[in-house]
Each structure stands twice: as structure tokens, then as C-alpha cells.
Design a protein around this ligand. Structure first.
Ligand code: SAM
Length: 344
């Protein structure tokens, strides 16, 4: 069986922690909290995720879908990318592990129905299929190239209603400057207002940031061991939230090393999360017992390369031979602490 064989039955995850991906505690808690606050306030609206991979974040979003709401996910899955750079990004990071079928199996282990799936480039979403002002939460985590993210932000802006939230992945990662460019461009030219910054995601709204902030601060984050700081810059006010795992850097489950360059693979410590078939209860049991909770993944480190999404950066790969990367998606936790907490 090849790694991209779509005919074999995928293993069933016992918990969403068994689903490979890059969705860590601060963001899991922020998503869950902000979505739950919307529901408690009787705010209704659809959910949209651009960039789903194997479903780790989509599974949590699906937990907050209320009756009458629609959850749409958009991903290329097995399809070709629309341009060469995006294609290189796909080959570097996702191709060896990602199939639509695997996503569907993972999602159905936790939810009785699939979301609406748009298989294709996120640029398709600009055709009006997502009604204007229909969404309360949009997660942008597809291509991390500037041209794509800038387009995804425009789709999200049109889709979001009221105080709806956009969460943008990798707005500050060293290997994704295009996301940073698109995010801050939206802040300074498109009226996007920051509300919350975690080490990995930017949260903002085109609505009333004070109202969203009040929701955010209705929880005693510090009392639960999170770091929460208020930040003022360029006339903006927002909060920073981070979680330091006492057991060391939090990890995501890993994609298969086969997609990586030899240099990157040499820093690989472990394969993708093991299939949960033998240890796992049935999908039905998983739905009943484990569906609501995301847990710390078992893999001790997420290895890889900062060039995960930008396949042409051989210099990075050479550099990492001297400074082994600990996590594919973002800097190691010590680096996060240095860069995020202490500031310049
Ligand atoms: C970082 S992963 C998403 C991770 C996922 N949100 C999670 O938390 O586990 C990025 C995903 O974006 C998809 N992708 C990349 N370029 C895309 C494009 N132009 N249109 C749609 N999806 C794309 C990839 O197939 C991949 O599944």
C-alpha cells in the first residue's frame, strides 16, 4: 500500500489527539471558549475552515456546531494545487499523509455527519458559495503563501457577520512571512482588529473588538495556569495568551517523514501517530467517550523543518543540521517563550 493509497481503510482515532495536525492547547482552548461564548450569547452563524488537513481542528469546530448552522471545510486533500509554489508547499508538508478519505474517517470518529466539504483551492470560496455575513467563526489555515492568505482573508471578511471571529494560523512563524504580511496588511488597510495573539494564531474581528475581548476575559486564564498579557501597539489593543506545558514542549502528531528532504528527515524522532486500531475502541465508542476532549498527543516531539510549507528553501534545511528543529510547525517551546514572552 502506498502512503497515498485511498482504497485502504484508515485507522480510527480513539481521541482527536490521535489525529495528526498542528493545533495546540492555547488555541484549542481559545477556539472552544470563544465559540462557546457565542453560543451562550445566542449568537448563531456558520463555521468555516480553510485548510483542514486530517481534521484535528475541524473536529473541535464541529463540536460547537449548533442546530441550523453549517460547517464548511475547504482543502485540496488529494487534488493538485493551483500553482507551482502551492504545489511545492503541498509536496513538502502534506502529500504523503493527506487524503480526503482519511479526513472523513477521522471526522466521523467524533461526529455523526461530515461537514460540507469543498475539495479544491480556497480561491473557489470567493465565488459566493459562502453567503455574505453568514459566519461567526472562520479558521484560515490553508496555504501559507501570501497570495493565498490575502485572498482567504478577503473571503473571511465577506463571510463574517457582526462580531464574528477570524483565526489565522502561523502569523508569526519564521518560515511563513507571507502569512505575517497578509495578516498585518489586513490590520492596517482592511480594518481587521486584533483581539488575541497566541504563539501560533492571530484572532481578530471586523466587528466590535471590545465585545469579543469581554468574552475572552470572562475566563480566569491566569488562574488556570495560562500566561495572559495585555498588549498595545499602533493604536491597537489585544491580549496575548500562551500555555507552557509543564511536561515540555507541546507537540502535534506528525505527518510522515517521507515528504521531507533527507536533511529534515534526519531530525525525525518518531513516525506519525500510531494507528489507534488495536488500542482504540470502536468509532462508536470513541464518539461516546472521547469525542469532546482534545488531549496532549503521545508523540514526544514534533520534528521537522521550518521549511515545511515552503519547499524551495534549501538554506533552511542546511541550517537545521546545525540546530535541529524540534517542531515542524513552529519554533520549539523555549524559543516561543523567549520570542513571545520576553519580546524584543
Ligand atoms: C496546516 S494544514 C491544516 C491543519 C489543520 N487546520 C489542523 O489544525 O490540523 C494546511 C492544509 O491546507 C491545505 N491547503 C494548502 N493549500 C491549499 C489551497 N490552496 N487550498 C485549499 N487547501 C489548501 C493542505 O492540503 C493542508 O491540508
Amino acid at each position: 500500500m502506498s502512503l497515498t493509497d485511498t482504497t485502504a481503510a484508515p485507522a480510527v482515532p480513539a481521541t482527536s489527539a490521535d489525529v495528526p495536525g498542528w493545533f495546540f492547547r492555547a488555541d484549542r482552548e481559545a477556539f472552544g471558549w470563544l465559540l462557546a461564548r457565542q453560543t451562550a450569547a445566542r449568537v448563531t452563524g456558520d463555521l468555516l475552515e480553510m485548510g483542514t488537513y486530517l481534521g484535528r481542528s475541524a473536529i473541535l469546530l464541529g463540536e460547537h456546531l449548533a442546530p441550523g448552522e453549517t460547517f464548511t471545510v475547504c482543502d485540496l486533500f488529494d487534488l493538485d494545487a493551483p500553482d507551482d509554489d502551492n504545489s511545492a508547499e503541498m509536496s513538502m508538508s502534506y502529500r504523503s499523509t493527506l487524503t480526503r478519505r482519511a479526513f472523513e474517517a477521522n471526522y466521523l470518529a467524533f461526529h455523526p455527519e461530515l461537514p460540507v466539504i469543498v475539495q479544491g483551492p480556497t480561491s473557489l470560496l470567493a465565488d459566493g458559495r459562502i453567503p455574505a455575513d453568514s459566519c461567526r467563526f472562520v479558521h484560515v489555515d490553508a496555504s501559507h503563501l501570501y497570495e493565498h492568505v490575502a485572498g482567504d482573508i478577503l473571503v473571511a471578511r465577506d463571510a463574517l457577520a457582526g462580531n464574528g471571529l477570524i483565526a489565522l494560523d502561523d502569523y508569526r512563524a519564521p518560515h511563513t512571512p507571507g502569512v505575517a504580511a497578509a495578516v498585518w496588511e489586513a490590520v492596517f488597510t482592511l480594518g481587521l482588529k486584533p483581539v488575541l495573539l497566541t504563539p501560533e494564531k492571530f484572532y481578530g474581528t471586523w466587528g466590535d473588538p471590545d465585545a469579543v475581548r469581554a468574552d475572552l476575559l470572562a475566563r480566569d486564564w491566569r488562574g488556570e495556569g495560562f500566561r495572559l498579557d495585555e498588549e498595545h501597539f499602533a493604536g491597537q489593543l489585544c491580549h496575548r495568551l500562551a500555555w507552557d506545558d509543564p511536561d515540555g514542549p507541546e507537540t502535534g502528531a506528525t505527518p510522515a517523514p517521507a515528504a521531507r528532504s533527507p536533511a529534515a528527515s534526519s531530525s525525525t524522532c518518531c513516525p506519525p501517530s500510531p494507528p489507534a486500531r488495536s488500542a482504540a475502541p470502536s468509532a462508536r465508542a470513541a464518539r461516546g467517550g472521547a469525542r469532546a476532549r482534545l488531549q496532549t498527543p503521545a508523540c514526544p516531539t514534533t520534528p521537522g523543518t521550518h521549511s515545511r510549507r515552503t519547499g524551495r528553501k534549501t538554506k533552511y534545511i542546511q541550517y537545521e543540521a546545525f540546530h535541529p528543529a524540534r517542531r515542524e510547525h513552529a519554533p520549539d517551546a523555549a524559543g516561543l517563550r523567549r520570542g513571545f514572552e520576553d519580546g524584543p
